[in-house]
Design a protein around this ligand. Structure first.
Ligand SMILES: [Zn+2]
Length: 393
């Protein structure tokens, strides 16, 4: 029990010494050290008083953690900024300290709070001829009012959630500025997006003759990369009756983590460059063959050729069987009209599906042509014949 005596007091007089339980007190300090590791100056970061009777009293609360982080950040950055200014507070030519014109402050938004830092304005030294009479050193360090890490987290979350939810999430977990709002996050995100866009460079013109032909040594050596594509229609925010198609995809190299991408074909001027940058970031070689998997939709179908000259395009099995199922529905109508002929056609369709699953494409196509002929039997009797014909072809 002796080791509890730091914060408890023995109450004597009874048979056994009893400890009066009072909250524990903690002090968190930041110690600035010299280059040799000697403690130089210490700063009080926070004081904590913690009880220890119940599980919810254990450790830091979120509020305490946020407060602690914010205080720590303020002290740390203050030290760094002061060191930066100190190195620039004397004339590099004659060594005289600059005269202070005024003491101003500068605000910077960080992941761990909005900080206010001293930013003195100095007179230039008389030994130098300078156009401006005064200057402030700190802006050379604070080149933006928001630190890159805060921008990164804001943008990352804003790409997953709404701007409003992003601010709520950030405020929940981090001591970011209480005034952070959806508009700020939106402005930051769009600015980052604009910067990424500028880094992307000009759109590529894909031409098949610039790349090695299929079956060349390099493309045979490298494993094909699977890229899944799908399109979905989204309502236009401004013109509610208009829709536009968003294409989303996922590139899945054999031994690399998958990455997603998305764009709007009618809006995006650089879809090829965008996919190229994504594949490059996954370490994919230009010559590596690509296999696109999609639902086979009209717009998505034209993409692979545009995006990559050596692309192979496959309809994924889910969408392929969906088409077979649709055909099967029509055939039920044929069976009602003529059981015998209808069932033969149905058997043909079943064998088409079997052949496709086993990769026997030529045979499957031959069987489909056969099916295409056989359905002509119902050209006059089946009401939905044009639709059936269309679906088969
Ligand atoms: Zn000087």
């Amino acid at each position: 029990l002796g080791r509890f005596s730091f914060w408890g007091e023995y109450i004597t007089g009874s048979t056994f010494p009893r400890v009066k339980e009072s909250p524990m007190k903690f002090r968190v300090q930041l110690v600035v050290c010299t280059a040799e590791g000697q403690a130089e100056t210490s700063y009080e970061v926070a004081e904590l008083e913690k009880d220890y009777q119940q599980i919810e009293q254990l450790g830091l609360t979120l509020a305490e953690a946020k407060h602690l982080l914010k205080q720590l950040q303020q002290h740390l950055v203050e030290q760094q900024a002061a060191a930066f200014v100190l190195r620039r507070s004397q004339c590099p030519a004659c060594g005289l300290p600059f005269q202070i014109k005024e003491r101003t402050t500068r605000t910077v938004h960080t992941l761990f709070g909005t900080l206010t830092l001293p930013s003195p304005r100095f007179f230039h030294c008389r030994c130098q001829t300078s156009q401006a009479t005064t200057f402030r050193p700190l802006p050379a360090l604070l080149t933006a009012s928001t630190t890159p890490e805060l921008l990164f987290i804001e943008t990352k979350w804003a790409s997953l959630l709404s701007y409003g939810l992003t601010t709520r999430v950030l405020k929940d977990f981090l001591p970011v500025d209480e005034t952070l709002n959806a508009t700020t996050v939106q402005n930051h995100t769009l600015a980052v997006a604009q910067r990424c866009e500028e880094e992307l460079g000009e759109e590529l013109v894909v031409s098949a003759d610039k790349c090695p032909k299929d079956g060349s040594l390099s493309s045979r050596l490298e494993e094909p990369i699977a890229v899944g594509l799908d399109g979905g229609y989204v309502r236009d925010w401004e013109q509610k009756q208009c829709h536009f198609e968003v294409i989303v995809g996922k590139s899945v190299p054999a031994n690399q983590p998958a990455k997603c991408f998305g764009f709007v074909q009618t809006y995006d001027a650089k879809p090829t460059r965008r996919l190229g940058a994504l594949l490059q970031s996954q370490g994919v070689q230009d010559t590596q063959p690509l296999t696109f998997l999609s639902d086979g939709g009209e717009t998505v179908r034209n993409l692979p050729g545009q995006l990559h000259p050596q692309a192979t395009h496959l309809i994924d099995w889910f969408h392929l069987t969906m088409r077979v199922t649709v055909l099967g529905q029509y055939l039920k109508g044929l069976i009602r009209l003529n059981r015998e002929v209808g069932e033969v056609i149905q058997k043909t369709l079943e064998s088409v599906k079997w052949l496709l699953w086993h990769g026997k494409v030529d045979k499957a196509l031959a069987r489909l042509r056969d099916l295409d002929q056989r359905i002509n039997h119902f050209a006059d009797s089946y009401l939905r014949f044009p639709q059936l014909k269309n679906a088969v072809q």
